[in-house]
Design a binder for this molecule. Structure first.
Ligand code: SME
Length: 158
């Protein structure tokens, strides 16, 4: 079966409107977490060409690197550390317009300039985070928050 995505060249909203139904299609009937996280990361990378997009999962009270697209990244992040660990600790989405101005930002890649981290929440517990990084300043905004929160709601822990 062909799995080619249809990519939109429109506005940010149009891109999300194009990719979300396709992400739903990719997740439908598949319960394997790694397979689903891998396809969500790949679909977002293809649609948006972000510098880095991927997941960290809570394991033994640490965030551990999960499926991603982009350059190699740090493998473990403690609660409250960096943007990812802060999003986990606070249970909320963080938009960072300039990573150099975020105290404690963990620079996995020196080319990353802005970032959004969205917690994955199930039964009121954070079980991971989605992290997207851009090589451009102030690349992410409330539109990304709105749609990425919808996307992570499609995911469930194993
Ligand atoms: N910058 C993140 C670390 C993860 S990488 O960007 C992929 C942070 O500060 O938590």
């Amino acid at each position: 079966m062909a799995e080619d995505l249809t990519i939109s060249n429109g506005s940010k909203e149009e891109k999300y409107h194009a990719i979300i139904p396709q992400i739903k299609g990719l997740l439908e009937g598949e319960h394997d977490l790694v397979a689903n996280l891998a396809n969500v990361a790949a679909a977002l990378k293809e649609q948006f060409s972000w510098w880095w997009i991927g997941f960290y999962l809570v394991k033994n009270n640490e965030l551990v690197l999960g499926p991603f697209q982009g350059p190699v990244a740090c493998t473990r992040i403690k609660k409250g550390r960096g943007v990812c660990g802060t999003s986990w600790a606070e249970g909320k989405t963080l938009i960072v317009e300039d990573v150099e101005k975020f105290p404690g930002h963990i620079a996995c890649s020196s080319l990353s300039r802005s970032e959004i981290v969205v917690p994955l929440i199930h039964n009121n517990e954070v079980w991971g985070v989605l992290d997207a990084d851009s090589e451009h300043l102030a690349h992410y905004n409330e539109v990304d928050k709105l749609f990425l929160e919808q996307i992570v709601n499609l995911l469930k822990p194993e």
